[in-house]
Design a protein around this ligand. Structure first.
Ligand code: UD1
Ligand code: UDP
Length: 368
């Protein structure tokens, strides 16, 4: 029996890899193992619980305010014995985190084949997002199988000289996850709190935005909220203490914003499906919002998800206070512009990405 090991460690990787774990587990000729790095702790465990995924290995690497050095060296040191014991035929990694890069590097050192899920996303700007653009490009150098979510991602890989027969357009597994999480009968105390208002969902965490850019983002949001007492904002705050300290300083006392602990994925997807608009610097939310028909102001200088911009759902607004303020205010006040951004479009697949990836893996394993 051939062995596949999935390795992931942060919340978004788990949300997009757990549906694939569950798909692979039903394939009789594959032995599936999960190794989590624990780059995130609480935010990772919450997702594993919801998708009922158990990890056979947990590297438990997270520390408070961890640096890129901490994450990289801890994973390299701790994953080596796991790879040596399990000897997987293929290791699957996801996206662009430091878990993804370090795991791919460890596999390269051990001569183990790597399959890269969500391959080919690019900004071609090494500092934005940081360090994700480096991570995903580096993983593409190592990977043997590239599972590209869209045709555009495939084109990027082809332009970089990757072998065409090893690139597969599958759709994004985020859409598979959404199919299982969004429910008609969802209710929540936070929806009741916002029942008589337009609800804005806010998230922010990017490393390159920590400090001053994030301060400017929060100042812009606060100004608009103070001018629109009829609007309520929900901000499930990332666990990173460096995010929390800036949010505390800039948003404290603003009456129509509620800062809450991270939502579990079912709460988050269902609240997103029912909110008015989203302000974020997240990657995954840029994939989810178009299929939910929710306008997103992307508080970043670049995006690796231009499909959402072309679909009209996403708008890049940078991290300057003035631009975020103006765009946020306009979307609240200009119905025509709001409606033009809130059409339901889905450039990221049909929700069968996991099935396609598992089928391809079965075919490729036969050749090994
Ligand atoms: C990481 C990824 C980023 C991804 C993001 C998703 C890297 C370098 N960054 O960034 O690509 O977009 O996850 O959220 O791989 N913490 C907790 N509990 C948790 C999670 C985090 O306490 O469950 C705190 C810890 O103090 C930790 C800090 O948050 O040191 C930062 O976590 P880290 O994984 O280094 O960075 P993220 O910004 O989460
Ligand atoms: N998410 C969640 N709870 C929250 C905030 C986000 O479940 O409180 C989900 C969100 O719907 C998306 C993923 O987490 O599926 C995105 O994670 P994040 O923004 O941390 O990382 P990124 O996608 O930027 O790498």
């Amino acid at each position: 029996m051939k062995k596949i090991m999935l390795v992931f460690g942060t919340r978004p990787e788990a949300i997009k890899m757990c549906p694939l774990v569950n798909e692979l587990k039903i394939r009789k000729n594959i032995q599936t193992t999960v190794c989590v790095t624990g780059q995130h702790r609480e935010m990772l465990d919450a997702v594993l619980n919801i998708f009922d995924v158990e990890a056979q290995y947990d590297l438990g690497i997270m520390k408070e305010k961890q640096t890129l050095f901490d994450i990289t060296t801890e994973i390299l040191n701790k994953i080596q014995p796991v790879l040596e014991k399990e000897k997987p035929d293929i290791v699957l990694v996801h996206g662009d985190t430091t878990t993804t890069f370090s795991t791919a590097l460890a596999c390269y050192y051990k001569g183990i084949r790597v399959g890269h899920v969500e391959a080919g996303l690019r900004t071609y700007c090494a500092k934005s997002p940081y360090p994700e653009e480096f991570n995903r490009q580096a993983v593409s150098v190592i990977a043997d199988y590239h599972f590209a979510p869209t045709a555009l991602a495939r084109e990027n890989l082809i332009k970089e000289g990757k072998r065409e027969e090893r690139i597969f357009v599958t759709g994004n597994t985020a859409i598979d996850a959404l199919k299982t999480t969004v429910r008609e009968d969802f209710s929540h105390e936070l929806m009741d709190w916002a029942a008589d208002s337009r609800l804005i969902l806010i998230t922010a965490h990017r490393r390159e935005n920590l400090g001053e850019p994030m301060r400017r983002m929060f100042r812009a949001v606060r100004r608009v909220l103070e001018e629109h007492p009829d609007v309520k904002a929900l901000y499930p705050i990332h666990k990173n203490p460096l995010v929390r300290s800036v949010a505390e300083e800039e948003l404290n006392g603003c009456e129509n914003i509620r800062i809450v602990e991270p939502l579990d994925v079912i709460e988050c997807h269902n609240i997103m499906a029912r909110c008015y608009l989203v302000l974020t610097d997240s990657g995954g939310i840029q994939e989810e919002a178009p299929s939910l028909g929710k306008p997103v102001l992307v508080m970043r200088g670049t995006t690796e998800r231009p499909e959402g911009i072309s679909a009209g759902t996403l708008k890049l607004v940078g991290t300057e206070e003035k631009t975020i303020y103006e765009n946020f205010k306009r979307l609240l006040e200009n119905e025509v512009e709001y409606r033009s951004m809130s059409e339901r479009k889905n450039p990221y697949g049909d929700g069968f990405a996991c099935k396609r990836i598992a089928d391809i893996l079965e075919q490729q394993l036969e050749k090994i």
